[in-house]
Design a protein around this ligand. Structure first.
Ligand code: VG1
Ligand code: CO
Length: 614
């Protein structure tokens, strides 16, 4: 069984006590035995053979630094062709081990998951061999190398007594295939994405690397469950779903959700976008919760996501959107991204913005979700995410935090027990049940809210719909209209110049300046000081905040693999219920025009239109 949640909380206290150490190193909870490698003279000219007492041969492969291996918002992402260059992945993995104190991985356990994309199979073998070469004791790999980002976080946390961290082979929502993207992320022992203190170290080591320690072991069959031993190193192929499912059953009231999904007057559809949640949707929604088998769309993970762009938004999940907005559409629709950490929630002909979604989950968590029965500890959002959540925090009198873009900024607050529910406007929602955003969790949270509202409804009685839930929320809290414009793969030079220009504008601006009909309250380049460890992240996005609470925000993406992606975030608060039904694009038109003229985006990038609007 999953450890009780109290047990997890007590571990968080332990984590708190050890926090200072975590930030210099990956914390290892297990006792380390020095893994004494005896070095033998090389028989080959290009590599040195090393053997440990248990007989695994480790080759010391000479290598040279490769430029550009700096991690972005979430791991290292490049085109597959780049990763396929000689030693490209191997260098980064070895640089990672070089960045950790040996006692943090020698004889330790690591988890390895991935989203099933092209190149994962080869990459898994490289990672396994380098881990073995560096003295790791055991790697737990999801069958076929598949395990979603939230499940990797959950497995690391479940195995906390022995697991020291994990790798996720994914470029998330970026497309996959030989011409597209690949990526790698590293999470440490609390299941949290490695903080910048670690990723900066890895980058530094990629610039001075000269040797890769590669175990001389055969490729491991990852297609069937079980353990393969090589001396004192072993690979265990595990079911990617079971630990995660067990956690979900502890967080949510499954019988309550089942009572909704098995109603004949409630129709549900989930689009796995041929990505990793294909492996989770059937066992969870169909087998455990009673959804009909045909409610799962694109449920088989494919290496190229069926030529799709596995990003659950109105542009890329267009098939699902067409179903939900079509005649006689289902009552509830959802989708998740490549690695299963993002989500999109739709009602019949209705889209729930991610900024509203996290606010509504937070407002309803205590009554609809058993995990939150004592109420959330605190709430947080990324800076560009709308202020809808702020209003919930205020009403519920909860601590509230605004952090930079990227999930890694939430973990410290969670470990310090200051934060329970958080989200990003980029379709990321989650809680402190793990240390990653969690797509399926968000769908289950929404199903819980709808099920809770309808639990006394008799067959034939009109159900409270997703849109009813959202509109009632707006009526109580007001509506934060929000939209994001993405200009993907612009020329880097123009995009960087535009940000430079905006920073300059910020330095010259002052409260009271007029921007059309808007009056400036302040403008800045967002900086964040982590209240737990004092670390500072600066230059996290240029924002113009006006006296009526409206905001326009500009930043460059840190997850793209080519050129520069400009993101503009636009937000306006509307307390007047009679205006809540307005289309967001119309309501925000004046601010959008203002953002385009203030930034001179067209001049700097040559772009007339965004590639994606969410
Ligand atoms: C984007 C999103 C950010 C999210 C990140 C990783 O980053 O804006 O909110 O945390 O992707 O999500 P950027 O730097 O491109 O704006 V995922 O699902 O790629 O792990
Ligand atoms: Co993702």
């Amino acid at each position: 069984m999953w450890q009780s949640l109290d047990f997890l909380e007590s571990l968080d206290k332990e984590k708190l006590a050890l926090r200072s150490r975590i930030f210099i190193s990956l914390h290892l909870t297990q006792t380390s035995h020095a893994h004494s490698l005896s070095i033998k003279a090389s028989s080959s000219s290009s590599s040195t053979a090393i053997a440990d007492p248990e007989g695994i041969k480790v080759n010391s492969v000479p290598t040279k630094p490769i430029e550009g291996q700096k991690t972005g918002t979430s791991g290292l992402r490049k085109k597959v062709k780049v990763f396929k260059q000689e030693n490209y992945l191997a260098n980064w993995i070895q640089a990672l081990f070089n960045s950790l104190p040996p006692e943090d991985y020698k004889n330790g356990h690591l988890v390895l998951g991935g989203d099933g994309r092209y190149f994962n199979k080869e990459a898994a073998q490289i990672i396994i061999k380098i881990a073995a070469g560096n003295g790791v004791g055991k790697i737990m790999v999801g069958r076929d190398g598949i395990m979603s980002t939230p499940a990797v976080s959950a497995v690391i946390r479940k195995q906390k007594a022995i697991a020291n961290g994990g790798f996720i082979m994914s470029a998330s929502h970026n497309p996959g295939g030989p011409e597209y993207d690949w990526g790698i992320k590293f999470n440490y022992s609390s299941g949290q994405p490695a903080p910048e203190s670690i990723t900066d170290k890895i980058y530094g080591n990629t610039l001075s690397i000269s040797e890769i320690k590669m175990a001389d072991i055969p490729d491991v069959d990852l297609s069937s469950l079980g353990v393969t031993n090589f001396g004192n190193f072993s690979v265990e192929v595990v079911d990617p779903v079971s630990d995660y499912l067990e956690l979900m059953e502890n967080v949510f009231d499954f019988p309550l959700i089942r009572s909704l999904l098995s109603r004949s007057d409630f129709r549900f559809v989930f689009d796995a976008m041929h990505a990793v949640t294909g492996a989770y949707a059937k066992p969870i929604f169909v087998e455990k919760l009673g959804a009909k088998p045909d409610s799962i769309l694109n449920g088989v993970p494919l290496e190229d996501f069926g030529h799709g762009h596995p990003d659950p938004n109105l542009t890329y999940a267009r098939d699902l959107v067409a179903i939900m907005y079509g005649e006689n559409g289902p009552d509830f629709g959802a989708a998740s991204d490549g690695d299963g950490d993002r989500n999109m929630i739709l009602g019949k002909g209705f889209f729930v913005t991610p900024s509203d979604s996290v606010a509504i989950i937070a407002a309803n968590a205590q009554e609809a979700i058993p995990y939150f029965k004592s109420g959330p500890k605190g709430l947080a959002r990324s800076m560009p995410t709308s202020g809808a959540l702020d209003r919930v925090a205020e009403k519920l009198k909860l601590p509230f935090f605004e952090v930079p873009t990227g999930w890694k900024f939430f973990g410290n607050l969670m470990d310090a027990r200051k934060l329970s529910v958080c989200g990003e406007e980029s379709f990321g929602t989650g809680s402190d049940h793990i240390r990653e955003k969690d797509g399926i969790w968000a769908v289950l949270a929404w199903l819980s809210i709808v099920a809770h509202r309808n639990k006394d409804k008799k067959p034939g009685e009109k159900l409270i719909s997703v849109s009813d839930v959202v509109k009632a929320h707006w009526a109580t809290y007001g509506r934060n209209f929000f939209s994001r414009y993405d200009y993907e793969e612009c020329e880097s030079e123009g995009a960087n110049k535009m940000i430079g220009y905006l920073r300059d504008l910020v330095s010259k601006s002052k409260a009271g300046d007029k921007y059309g009909n808007y009056v400036l309250q302040f403008a800045d380049d967002f900086a964040y000081t982590d209240p737990v460890d004092g670390s500072v992240a600066s230059k996290q996005g240029v924002r113009f905040v006006f006296t009526d609470g409206s905001r326009i925000i500009f930043r460059l993406s840190g997850t793209g693999s080519a050129g520069a992606t400009v993101r503009i975030y636009i937000e306006q608060f509307e307390p007047d219920v009679s205006k809540h039904e307005m289309d967001a694009q119309s309501a925000l038109k004046p601010l959008i025009d203002l953002a385009l003229s203030v930034s001179k985006l067209r001049d700097f990038t040559g772009r007339e239109k965004p590639t994606v609007i969410t």
